[in-house]
Design a protein around this ligand. Structure first.
Ligand code: CO8
Length: 258
């Protein structure tokens, strides 16, 4: 399938989606969000894919929702069409792990999209922010919610209320970013991380991701119970037998993935 605003590639068991609207710093227009959704559908359905990388260009992961598309919209229009809801949460609903490889600007909807991913790896030149306030709006795709859970109220308020950007070092200190790498090593590192994940048992990876995400949606007691049930379920898989046999026999496991 060919796309106009993104590029889709496969490298081993890793699917790579590159946002590709350089003329607009990868601003997330309706077409891009639709194409991204369809690429994720493809990769999720592909049993040869175990993890996904979402990336942009050296200058921008994504500089936000497309302001030129939003400019003329009114309240009734965005309410009735349920603007943002359709398609936007697709990254967050992806069951396979998604690694965000972020260089340059990740602003507004771009920062929100990075936060919908499971691991953010940042180039040294990455800049994160929720500048919506400077446009007379507030974040609308999780910026006040996921950012607050990721970096705490003090920093989230600072970013959301001032609209300032934070650099990669501050983002890592704050807990938003998992790793920082030199810009030229960004894809190499993201591919190494995604390939490592994709080499493990897919059902177990899905369980691990779902269980970590449950921490954000439940009480500690409920989360622990959920984790315990999945932990027990892991023992029903052939990959548990293989993983443990391989350890005992001092060899590399050959996971079946399914
Ligand atoms: N939308 C549309 N076009 C954009 C956007 C954007 N978000 N960002 C940059 N562009 C365009 C510029 O208009 C410019 O186009 P042109 O050459 O035709 O004038 C081109 O990209 C290059 O941009 P700049 O010349 O501004 O590049 P600079 O390097 O000088 O500046 C910045 C880079 C600082 C990133 C600057 O472009 C900027 O401030 N961009 C806007 C950032 C922003 O405010 N983002 C938040 C948008 S609102 C949002 O995301 C709400 C999310 C709600 C959920 C999702 C809803 C769908």
């Amino acid at each position: 399938m060919s796309f106009a605003t993104i590029e889709l590639a496969r490298e081993g068991r890793v699917g790579i989606i590159r946002l590709n609207r350089p003329q607009a710093l990868n601003a997330l227009c309706d077409q891009l969000v639709a194409e991204l959704g369809s690429a994720l559908d493809d990769l999720e359905a592909d049993e040869n894919i175990g993890a996904i990388i979402l990336t942009g260009s050296e200058k921008a992961f994504a500089a936000g929702a497309d302001i030129k598309e939003m400019q003329s919209r009114g309240f009734v229009d965005v309410l009735v069409t349920d603007f943002i809801s359709k398609g936007w949460e697709r990254v967050a609903t992806c069951r396979k792990p998604v690694v965000a490889a972020v260089a340059g600007f990740a602003l507004g909807g771009g920062c929100e999209m990075a936060m919908m991913c499971d691991i953010i790896i940042a180039a040294e030149n990455a800049k994160f922010g929720q500048p919506e306030i400077t446009l007379g709006i507030i974040p609308g795709a999780g910026g006040t919610q996921r950012l607050t859970r990721a970096i705490g109220k003090a920093k989230a308020m600072d970013l959301v209320l001032t609209g300032r950007m934070m650099d990669a070092a501050e983002a890592e200190r704050s807990g938003l970013v998992a790793r920082i790498v030199p810009a030229e090593k960004l894809m190499e590192e993201a591919l190494a991380v995604a390939s490592r994940i994709a080499g493990f048992s897919l059902p177990i990876v899905l369980m691990a991701k779902e269980s970590v995400n449950r921490a954000f949606e439940s009480s500690l007691a409920e989360g622990i119970k959920f984790e315990r049930r999945l932990f027990h379920a892991a023992f029903a898989t052939e990959d548990q037998k293989e993983g443990m046999a391989a350890f005992v026999e001092k060899r590399k496991p050959a996971f079946r993935h399914r």
